[in-house]
Design a protein around this ligand. Structure first.
Ligand code: SAH
Length: 347
């Protein structure tokens, strides 16, 4: 496979051997086109021989959208195909204040959370920085008025299990001026070394922790990573991230009936988050045939009230795209199941 030019930083593009004898503005032109999601052939202010040499040597975009599901509420879900045929998903949400894209950082995932569809088949591979960036560029390409203002790393994959590529991607977004760090949220199941590294490397993205239970012995029954990463250590790492970055922490908590909605859960959740700025996001569980069930709107409200009464800052996350396989990994599974059935029908 050819090297992917979206994997190169601005400086790296300036140093391409192919541009050695050319005026330095060529690199700037190429970079501008690339970050606008434009392929080599359409880079209209470059001489045609240069466009040809670029496409002989490099690939321009590392992902393409092969399927779009549109929700009644305006949410769009994309299925991206990477150059080697790996599939990942993205979701574009439109809010009053702008557009948010949810990107995938790995094809599959090896964290094995019981309720999550993304990791059912394990990890296929990490995405490169340029591939993740390509998800954003393709999605921006579909928008006629304006562009994506916020990015959440909440698609398939565990971002901190692919640290180097993910952090390079975050730098690409800010370097290109497309999305600044304060408009980026990174969600992790709690890899403490990665959280500390983010702080030490000077990142200021919003850190979201997938906690789902404040008790290790319960958490481990749905999140295998809890064997290694204890709640107390995750909260310590989050405190450290806050102390270095100054950014409030978001705790993600998918409400599951009979699992994490008792008074004791609310009390412990409050205790864990009381001594530094944290906001708790209660998430309606998307059904993924996991055997775990979500809660009614009334039950969610009751748990929210418990937390609020204890002094916690908490909200229930609005659910978007319910009618289009909203949960992680579902569109891809449906697509694969469908094409497998088609293959069978055809053969
Ligand atoms: N690996 C990262 C990011 C990916 S998932 C992480 O664990 O945080 C983004 C969020 O969606 C996580 O909080 C994850 O726990 C949650 N999630 C996964 N499957 C879900 C489901 N079926 N219903 C609700 N939330 C889910």
């Amino acid at each position: 496979m050819k090297p992917l030019l979206t994997d190169y930083s601005k400086e790296e593009i300036a140093e391409l051997p192919l541009l050695r004898d050319m005026p330095s503005y060529r690199a700037t032109q190429i970079y501008k086109w690339l970050t606008a999601g434009t392929g080599f052939e359409e880079m209209s202010n470059l001489p045609i021989p240069l466009r040809e040499r670029l496409s002989e040597t490099y690939d321009d975009i590392g992902a393409r959208i092969i399927k779009v599901a549109k929700s009644k509420d305006g949410t769009e879900k994309f299925l991206y195909e990477l150059r080697d045929g790996a599939l990942v998903e993205g979701v574009l949400m439109t809010y009053r204040y702008g557009r948010t894209l949810c990107v995938s950082t790995q094809a599959g995932c090896r964290m094995g959370c019981a309720f999550c569809a993304s990791g059912r088949d394990g990890l296929r591979r990490n995405l490169s920085a340029g591939e993740i960036f390509s998800e954003l560029l393709c999605a921006n390409g579909r928008i006629n008025d304006g562009r994506i203002g916020n990015v959440v790393l909440m698609g398939s994959g565990e971002p901190l299990d692919n640290y180097d590529n993910v952090t390079k991607f975050i730098r690409f977004m800010s370097e290109s001026g497309l999305v600044g760090q304060r408009s980026v949220s990174l969600s992790t199941c709690g890899l403490t070394d990665g959280i500390r590294a983010l702080a030490d490397d000077g990142f200021s993205v919003t850190l979201c922790l997938s906690l789902h239970s404040p008790f290790d012995d319960r958490r481990v029954t749905v999140m295998p990573t809890a064997r290694r990463y204890k709640v107390a250590d995750i909260m310590d790492a989050a405190r450290y991230y806050f102390s270095v970055s100054g950014r409030r922490i978001i705790v993600e908590y998918a409400l599951m009936r009979g699992f994490n909605t008792r008074d004791a859960d609310a009390r412990e959740l409050r205790r864990l988050t009381a001594d530094f700025p944290c906001h708790i996001n209660l998430i309606p569980l998307n059904d993924t045939d996991s055997g775990l069930s979500g809660v009614t709107a009334k039950e969610a409200r009751a748990f929210l009230d418990k937390l609020t009464a204890l002094g916690a800052s908490a909200t229930i996350r609005r659910s978007l795209g319910d009618d289009i396989e909203g949960a992680c990994g579902q569109l891809k599974r449906r697509y694969l199941e469908h094409s497998l059935t088609e293959d069978k029908d055809n053969g």
